[in-house]
Design a protein. Structure first.
Length: 63
């Protein structure tokens, strides 16, 4: 699943995100969702989330 629909992403879900610093390279960071930061139901670049370790990025894959 991709991370463009807010309804697909639940707190506690394991996801891969792209951090702001890694947008050019597309490097993915894996973690557990702690907080959903995007309020709209969809976003073309992925829903922005905060992981449990405090990293913030847009969801590219839901594992």
């Amino acid at each position: 699943m991709n991370g463009k629909n807010r309804a697909d992403i639940k707190i506690g879900a394991k996801v891969r995100i792209v951090l702001k610093a890694d947008q050019r390279t597309g490097k993915l960071t894996e973690g557990i969702v702690a907080k959903l930061l995007t309020n709209s139901p969809t976003h073309p670049h992925g829903i922005k989330v905060m992981l449990e370790d405090g990293k913030v990025g847009r969801v590219k894959e839901i594992i």
